[in-house]
Design a protein around this ligand. Structure first.
Ligand SMILES: *Cc1c(COP(=O)(O)O)cnc(C)c1O
Length: 396
């Protein structure tokens, strides 16, 4: 077996070659090692491998060659020392949050979180005696004020779902560092290409690979990335014994996704920028939030911490009826709660992804009855704009 090693590759090259473990057959594409376990030549070899004296695979719940290639390639992309791939984004988030805290510890999180992430923080963690506080993530003083003597972990996502708020990661990391707490960043909306949380001072980065990394609507996946010490001390045992492992087949699909990730994200972001400009010019559109526009509420932070805009756009129409009529009239853009896909998708957060929140919590997050989230895909921008214009006409 040969191992492709890094030779100061730029990201696009690393995303095609990094981490590749080539078997004796010399296959061009990464092999799918669809196996649960591994055999040992001798009892002594099994003993040595279990003791950690000899490298090698033991069981696919712990590690698998195809999954290993995906983890290595993600490390390269993120600039992280180590990673564990998981069966879904939520497996990554829950592992990253739960592996490093215990009953009596305190966690501070931004209130604008992906629905299931908010459930883990607000409902699951307190059940196990972990104290949690939700703050307005854009208010840096609120993070500082939420700190208690037992605060161990900070958690945020940026840009947020669905209103694309941007949180100053370096400022939150500074508060975490000052008290010896760890900052976990859910970087799904930014993608590994547009924002580098570890460079901004965060300690752990998590992804739902289901989104842009697969990018073609096929399989679920996730990954947790950090320094080797944090993974060894906190995640390693948790991961082995709770079993959120990624299927080798899905790891292979995600490896193929990584090869084209920069091309897709660049194109989708460019198209989203054009669509956002166009939406802002339509009288039926009450509000457009897009991280690439000058009128974004955190435009200054975006200029500092992100390399580009977003593949997502948040817009407000007059009311729920207008939002529903708009969605129903779209022909290319399909109604779905997913994002980051090559197919453009539209979501009405208030009645789907954020329906479990109270009216008050939704209002706090800026989710109105007329709020619509667009995930821009790989279609031609002119076709999308034509689709949107026709649908806006029907919604008016
Ligand atoms: C989708 C998503 C998740 C959860 O990922 P799954 O792969 O669906 O489990 C977590 N965080 C964010 C920001 C997401 O968009």
């Amino acid at each position: 077996m040969t191992n492709e090693t890094k030779r100061n590759w730029k990201p696009q090259t690393a995303l095609v070659h990094s981490g590749t473990l080539r078997s004796g057959f010399g296959e061009t594409s990464e092999a799918i090692y669809m196996t649960q376990g591994f055999v040992y030549e001798t009892a002594e070899a099994a003993e040595a491998r279990f003791k950690g004296d000899e490298p090698g695979f033991i069981y696919s719940r712990y590690a698998n060659p195809t999954v290993d290639m995906f983890e290595k390639r993600m490390c390269e992309l993120e600039g992280a020392q180590d990673a564990r791939a998981t069966a879904s984004g939520m497996a990554a988030v829950s592992a990253a949050l739960l592996c490093s805290v215990k009953a009596g510890d305190h966690v501070v999180a931004a209130r604008a979180l992906f629905g299931s992430c908010r459930w883990v923080v607000e409902t699951l963690m307190p059940k196990y005696g972990i104290e949690t506080t939700l703050v307005d993530g854009t208010d840096i003083e609120a993070w500082q004020n939420a700190v208690r003597p037992n605060t161990k972990l900070f958690f945020l996502e940026s840009p947020t779902n669905p209103t694309l708020e941007v949180i100053d990661i370096a400022a939150v990391a500074k508060i975490a560092n000052a008290i010896g707490a760890r900052l976990v960043v859910d970087n799904v909306f930014a993608t590994p290409l547009q924002q580098k949380p570890l460079e901004l001072g965060a300690h752990v980065v998590v992804y739902s690979a289901t989104k842009h990394i697969d990018g073609q609507g096929r399989c679920l996946g996730g990954v947790v990335l950090s320094d080797k010490q944090w993974i060894d001390e906190h995640l390693h045992d948790y991961f082995r014994h709770t079993g959120p492992s990624l299927s080798p087949f899905n790891a292979w699909t995600l490896l193929k996704g990584l090869e084209t990730l920069p091309l897709r994200v660049r194109q989708q972001t460019e198209t989203a920028g054009r669509v956002a400009e166009h939406l802002a010019s339509r009288p039926a559109v009450v509000r457009v939030i897009y991280p690439g526009r000058k009128d974004h509420p955190q435009a200054d932070i975006i200029a500092r911490q992100m390399k580009g805009g977003s593949t997502l756009i948040c817009l407000d129409l007059k009311d729920k009826r207008a939002a529903f009529d708009f969605q129903n009239a779209l022909e290319i853009i399909r109604i779905s709660n997913n994002l980051g896909d090559s197919k453009s998708l539209v979501t009405h957060p208030a009645t789907t992804t954020h329906k479990n929140l109270t009216d008050e919590a939704r209002a706090e997050l800026g989710i109105n009855p007329g709020t619509v989230r667009l995930s821009i895909g790989l279609e031609d921008a002119d076709d999308l704009i034509e689709d949107i214009d026709r649908a806006l006409g029907k919604a008016a």
